[in-house]
Design a protein around this ligand. Structure first.
Ligand SMILES: C[S@@+](CC[C@H](N)C(=O)[O-])C[C@H]1O[C@@H](n2cnc3c(N)ncnc32)[C@H](O)[C@@H]1O
Length: 302
């Protein structure tokens, strides 16, 4: 293992760290999987040093009452928990952070379009190691995502938080209350649809890990997405979005970073090699971690 870069199999909702032990908590397109958001952000707050930074990218969405049936089906199928950007930011604020939330859907859409073009250009090469169905599934999935983004059903957002140096100075309340109040009223109307989305409890690590490794992130699936996003990356924009997001954090050499849901490790390797940060990365998928460790051993990413 490279100096200052470690990967650990762990559930972000279960694993605990010493209070005030990290300068940065970083998470890219992972918390979509976690519905226990208030509890999660409280953990991040505890683990960060005063003045420590939070950087999250994630999918956000329109309010429940505007979600089309197609979108509910997609959420239930993937066990995703998406929230409107303000609701998401309220969870982070509720944990005690000062937070800035930015809807970056325009940027995301332009990258998605570029990746669709790239996918069609590399079709022949892609088909050498994957099936036509794999190709069509990816293409179809991205086209639907573009439609959702243009209709503002689905968005992609960045959340930057800072743990205030004086704890509690911002009148911090418990995020669980913040998020739950509006959710409870929505639950009455949309209970049946949401029940599907929430049927797997992320706190049950074994069950959720099985779902991740055997359904959502099979090895073949990871490798086919990596082909398009670039080595080490499993989410939109790959190295392009990661470079920009890392610039925004302002990492210093020897900063201690905790990465949540690191996937196959491209961003974590960059933070360690390019910025000299000491990175501890966790993920709940064994498949993801095996690819990440392979990249580190082969030092395939600079
Ligand atoms: C879409 S992938 C993103 C991976 C990587 N951050 C990236 O941007 O390329 C989401 C990741 O979150 C991980 N994950 C989901 N729930 C988790 C949890 N409770 N604890 C740790 N990791 C989790 C998944 O296994 C997966 O690797």
């Amino acid at each position: 293992m490279t100096d200052g870069l470690t990967f650990e199999f762990a559930n972000a909702l279960v694993k605990d760290f010493e209070p005030e032990s990290f300068d940065v908590v970083y998470s890219r397109d992972c918390i979509i999987h976690i519905r226990e958001k208030a509890a999660l952000f409280e953990r991040f707050f505890k683990w960060l040093k005063p003045g420590g930074k939070l950087m999250i990218s994630d999918y956000t969405c329109c309010p429940d009452e505007e979600k089309p049936d197609e979108f509910w089906t997609y959420l239930a199928d993937r066990k995703y928990d998406l929230r409107p950007i303000e609701e998401y930011a309220a969870f982070i604020r509720g944990a005690g952070f000062d937070v800035v939330a930015e809807d970056q859907s325009e940027w995301f859409t332009s990258i998605l379009k570029m990746e669709l073009e790239k996918l069609s250009e590399m079709k022949d090469e892609f088909l050498k190691s994957h099936s036509l169905k794999d190709f069509e599934d990816i293409e179809e999935g991205w086209k639907i995502k573009l439609v959702r983004c243009s209709g503002k059903v689905q968005q992609w957002s960045l959340f930057q938080g800072v743990k205030p140096v004086t704890n509690g100075a911002n009148g911090h309340t418990n995020g669980q209350t913040n998020g739950k109040t509006s959710d409870d009223s929505k639950l009455k109307e949309f209970g049946e649809k949401r029940k599907d989305v929430e049927s797997i409890d992320n706190l049950n690590s074994n069950q959720f890990q099985k779902f991740l490794d055997e359904s959502q992130y099979k090895l073949n699936g990871i490798l086919r997405y990596e082909k398009i996003f670039g080595r080490g990356f499993i989410s939109t924009g790959g190295v392009t979005t990661t470079t920009k997001v890392l610039e925004k954090i302002g990492l210093n050499k020897d900063d201690k970073v905790l990465s949540i849901g690191c996937g196959i490790g491209g961003g974590e390797i960059m933070m360690n090699k390019k910025y000299g940060a000491i990175v501890h990365a966790i993920d709940l998928s064994q498949n993801m971690l095996s690819v990440a460790r392979h990249h580190v051993e082969k030092t395939e990413i600079d």
